[in-house]
Design a protein around this ligand. Structure first.
Ligand code: CA
Length: 234
């Protein structure tokens, strides 16, 4: 079983709490370890003490602005290698050039589209030297999912799932706390072209519950949101 030392650690330095929390939730859902800071100086301290694998950095920050912070990180040989993605409300070419010249690896303009943000995080980390494990495991309470091994453990006992059950579980866990409609689940798990009845989703949900819930008649992990779809809790 991998522990946190094997997981990629991301430090988000962003003073807009709602945005910082949204980005943190998204990254945690993907298996990253996430730290946050709302202040430039405190953020720089965390860069030095925590040695993150990636920094997501807002430009306009209290304490120390993001461009200055970026230059400081780049000048310090112990932190110079850490990839940096800058966030900014200002999307002009000039700002982009200033951001990249200050040493950022990439640039995301607000309002941040979460899917695009995640794609950039992955791209930047793949390019980083000796890039760490991006995502090998999803964990929720007593449930552990190994993505590369396609294995699921409940209370450290392996649970055998079919391919579709596994893909469905991963899709739900990656979006924990978010309601997924049957249509979306069909598209993501069965694919656009696959002609299946929406009830197929319900049937697979039932099978997952029988295998993963303590009491399948009173599901706590995979909950039904009536008239909408399903949501993974935990
Ligand atoms: Ca800001």
């Amino acid at each position: 079983m991998k522990d946190n030392r094997d997981m990629a650690k991301v430090l988000i330095i962003e003073d807009e709490l709602t945005l910082a929390n949204n980005l943190a939730d998204k990254l945690r859902g993907e298996g990253f370890v996430v730290l946050t800071s709302q202040d430039g100086e405190e953020g720089l301290e965390k860069v030095r003490s925590e040695r993150p694998d990636l920094i997501v950095l807002d430009i306009m920050l209290p304490g120390l602005d993001g461009l200055s912070l970026c230059r400081i990180v780049r000048r310090d040989t112990s932190t110079a290698h850490i990839p940096i993605i800058m966030l900014t409300a200002r999307g002009t070419e000039v700002d982009k050039i200033v951001g990249l010249e200050s040493g950022a690896d990439d640039y995301v303009v607000k309002p941040v589209a979460l899917g695009e943000f995640l794609a950039r995080v992955r791209a930047v980390m793949r390019r980083a030297p000796g890039h760490p494990v991006l995502q090998d495991e999803l964990v929720s309470n007593d449930l552990q999912v190994s993505l590369t091994g396609r294995r699921v453990y409940k209370n450290e006992e392996e649970v055998k799932l079919s391919n579709k059950e596994f893909d469905l579980l991963v899709e739900l866990m990656r979006n924990r706390g978010v309601v997924l409609s049957r249509d979306l689940i069909l598209t993501k798990v069965w694919g656009y072209d696959y002609f299946v009845d929406k009830r197929t989703v319900d049937v697979h949900i039932r099978w997952l519950r029988e295998k993963l819930e303590d009491d399948a008649s009173d599901p706590r992990r995979i909950v039904t949101v009536r008239g909408v779809g399903y949501r993974f809790e935990g």
